[in-house]
Design a protein. Structure first.
Ligand SMILES: Nc1ncnc2c1ncn2[C@@H]1O[C@H](COP(=O)(O)OP(=O)(O)OP(=O)(O)O)[C@@H](O)[C@H]1O
Length: 749
């Protein structure tokens, strides 16, 4: 081993960290300096200060992210170029700003992931640098130009050595980035130039989640300008999963991302309730959109023929009959506006018709001549009718203003327009918290109803007028003080006409605008609070789990249809999950979407995958799992026992002696017994995955991985749900090292 080579690399890394420290100090000082700037005076000054704080804080967190594994590679090109590759790009403090280390996302870094002996991409050598803190631990060189006889002493016999070491490492309960070992098939997806919908499919452990997250980081790098403004949304199946992947993007220096489950995408609603599988399936089905639309139309009523609404009025009864209401409803519906926005058209039409009715009655010439009332009299009558609260109460019974939550609660209390009576019974609800399956329905209701914000806009306009008046006062004062100040100065007379004051360059309206409170939240924070936010890019993990109604919600958040969807239909668990991609995407993008597949399993060793595949084949004989990249020589075990809880407790006790994390995956019915027997286990809706032992039901295990997995009562898992075989397949593919299957000798009661 060449120690000189090693020493040189260590020196480079030491210098690089010194530069990182400098940059960090500068960014820290800039943040402090900006925070100390009082930002008084104009709101422009405050805004500039806040932008500065945000920019420097973002830079600081990116620099902090570089602390671990800052530089992990080096490319030596035939033409003499020599680049270090790292988590972020860092430049020398010289006039040319010479790159010290190149960001892994830069085009020049690509051969690090793609070059092979057959296709060296101009490289003679590729080096993997493994560091611990700021110390270089090892170097692995791959010679790509066989004609080059130079040897460093660090040549690697196994090109996959670094990858296998990463895959073999004990799990921590948090997902890590894979920038050091992205594989070629993954790189192609991460950097795919496709702007529309990209579907990434692959079996368990093929790196779908990892690829999706790195694609987000890549897009933020390549299209920073657009995406920083519009933010990226990452949708995952449950909070535990989001917690598991939550560190990956920050570790890559990226923070402009909102992570959410579909149930969290209706601001102001926390969906804490649960549905039966049948209810979730009915609520998620596409037909629900038509049912809700029809239910909204049902709220737009007309009186029965011959049974008009009578409103007593000082000038005589007002009559709203079938004809009048039908015509008004037709006019309102003709606008194709949502219910609440079309409502004013209905209201005005009725008010007009009532004014006409009254005028005809009061001003009628008994001898058949023209009406006695002039336009002013009729206007006065109309005003009187419009001010009559009883008239509005009557109109409200025909076309009521509706709130999203009120409408949906009413609908679910008495569901209508469903083909099957049993479906209606399944979703009938009498109060209680909203469920995740209700969230897309609330969103649908919001679209169907629209928000009549005319009152809000009127209030805003009144406030704006007040601000303008106030600003006018401020400007008047400044004009007065200007005269006063300049009177003291001798040169006043000759120069005053050339001095610009606020008064000369700005009118009251613009002055008021400048004093409006600016919104300094990040794009991701604003997006989280805004139902109508259009994201720059959306990534959906476990996309096969989303119902048709959830897709409608997501597509509304992505008018540009710039999306990456990752999933595996063989792992679908949700009863409302949609099967084929074309049926999901067809209604939105027809066939303009791209489909790519990942075929290598990086997580599950071959021995465990064989068991998982065999189990699946019992139901699906031709099933082919992804190929495992490694085998550990450790066979999974399978025991049938009288007391599965005790067996699980004993197996966990044995595992606790090893490094890493263990998951016990069991049907929810067995959890009370297991909780009692496993005092060290974390469990519940959002278990702490960093603890040594975690107890999960199969759905919660989705997307996660552990060193050891114990699957308790596999037959119970398979029989326990609509897609039970998929749930069992998920459970059997979560281990990176060891797996045990525990079967009860007697089926649990
Ligand atoms: N190129 C890589 N280098 C190192 N580790 C990798 C690589 N690709 C994937 N992995 C690791 O393999 C494991 C599985 O990846 P990931 O969770 O992304 O797979 P997945 O396809 O989403 O799986 P599932 O569908 O089962 O949830 C993770 O630990 C991930 O870090």
């Amino acid at each position: 081993m060449s120690t000189e080579e090693f020493r040189n690399e260590q020196q480079f890394i030491t210098d690089l960290y010194a530069r990182l420290d400098d940059l960090r100090d500068q960014a820290e000082a800039a943040v402090e300096q900006a925070l100390r700037t009082p930002g008084v005076g104009s709101s422009q000054g405050r805004l500039e200060r806040d932008v500065m704080v945000a920019e420097q804080s973002g830079l600081l967190s990116a620099l902090n992210a570089g602390e671990s594994g800052l530089c992990f590679g080096r490319l030596v090109f035939k033409d003499g170029r020599d680049h270090h590759i790292g988590r972020l790009g860092i430049r020398e403090d010289d006039p040319n700003r010479t790159p010290l280390v190149v960001d892994w996302r830069a085009e020049i870094a690509r051969p690090f992931y793609l070059a092979t002996g057959y296709e060296p991409m101009g490289l003679t050598r590729r080096r993997h640098i493994t560091t611990k803190g700021r110390e270089v631990v090892s170097l692995h060189d791959e010679v790509l130009d066989l004609a080059d006889a130079t040897r460093t002493g660090h040549e690697s016999r196994n090109a996959d050595e670094v990858l296998l070491a990463a895959l073999d490492a004990a799990r921590t309960g948090r997902m890590h980035d894979i920038v050091q070992t992205i594989q070629a098939e993954q790189d192609a997806i991460i950097r795919s130039p496709h702007r529309g919908v990209l579907v990434v499919e692959g079996g368990p452990g093929t790196g779908k989640t990892a690829v999706a997250l790195h694609r987000a980081a890549y897009l933020l790098y390549a299209h920073r300008e657009q995406l920083a403004k519009r933010a990226v949304l990452i949708v995952g199946p449950n909070p535990a999963f989001l917690g598991y992947i939550g560190n990956v993007l920050p570790s890559l220096g990226e923070t402009g991302v909102l992570l959410a489950t579909p149930a969290e995408l209706f601001p102001g609603v926390r969906a804490t309730g649960t549905d039966t599988p049948r209810a979730a399936a009915v609520k998620g089905a596409a037909g629900m959109a038509d049912a809700l639309a029809a239910a909204v139309r049902d709220r737009q009523q007309v009186p029965e023929r011959g049974e008009p609404l009578i409103v007593p009025h000082e000038d005589g009864d007002l009559v709203i009959d079938w004809d009048m209401a039908l015509e008004a409803r037709h006019k309102a519906r003709e606008t194709f506006l949502p219910h609440n926005l079309a409502r004013p058209y209905f209201v005005f039409r009725i008010l007009d018709a009532l004014a006409e009715q009254l005028a005809d009655r009061i001003g009628a010439d008994p001898y058949g001549g023209p009406n006695f009332l002039g336009p002013d009299d009729i206007a006065l009558l109309a005003k009187g009718i419009a001010a009559n609260p009883d008239v509005h109460t009557a109109i409200d019974t025909l076309w009521p203003p509706l709130t999203q939550q009120g409408f949906l609660a009413d609908y679910l209390a008495e569901p209508t327009h469903l083909d099957d009576e049993d479906d209606a019974a399944a979703i009938r609800r009498d109060g209680g918290p909203w469920t995740p399956a209700d969230v897309p329905l609330l969103d649908e209701a919001a679209e169907l109803l629209g928000e009549d914000d005319s009152a809000l806009r009127a209030a805003e306009e009144a406030e704006r007028q007040k601000q303008i008046q106030y600003a006018q006062g401020v400007l008047d004062v400044s004009f007065a003080s200007r005269t006063y100040e300049f009177e003291d100065k001798e040169e006043l007379d000759k120069d005053a006409s050339e001095v610009l004051s606020a008064h000369d360059i700005i009118d009251a309206e613009r002055f008021a605008e400048r004093h409006e409170e600016a919104d300094h939240r990040t794009a991701a924070e604003r997006a989280a609070a805004d139902r109508t936010w259009a994201f720059g890019h959306i990534i959906v993990d476990e996309a096969q789990e989303l119902s048709a109604m959830a897709w409608r919600l997501l597509m509304r958040r992505s008018p540009s249809r710039s999306m990456t969807l990752v999933g595996d239909p063989a792992q679908t668990g949700d009863p409302a999950g949609v099967g084929a991609w074309q049926s999901i995407l067809g209604p939105y993008v027809e066939d303009r979407w791209q489909h790519v597949r990942l075929g290598v399993n990086y997580r599950t060793p071959a021995e465990i995958m064989a068991v998982a595949a065999e189990t699946r084949r019992a139901a699906e004989p031709g099933f082919e799992p992804p190929r495992s990249v490694r085998s550990t020589g450790v066979e999974p075990w399978d025991r049938t026992v009288d007391d599965p809880v005790k067996e699980a407790a004993d197996a966990v006790a044995a595992e606790l002696r090893e490094e890493g994390r263990t998951a016990v995956i069991a049907p929810a019915e067995l959890h009370p017994g297991l909780i009692a027997a496993l005092p060290e286990a974390s469990y519940g809706p959002k278990p702490d995955l960093t603890r040594p032992v975690v107890l999960l039901d199969p759905r919660q295990a989705k997307g996660l991985e552990f060193d050891t997995v114990l699957v308790v009562d596999p037959d119970g898992i398979r029989e326990g749900a609509t897609h039970g075989i998929n749930d069992l397949y998920v459970a059997l593919t979560r281990a990176t090292q060891r797996m045990g299957v525990i079967r009860p000798a007697v089926t649990p009661a």
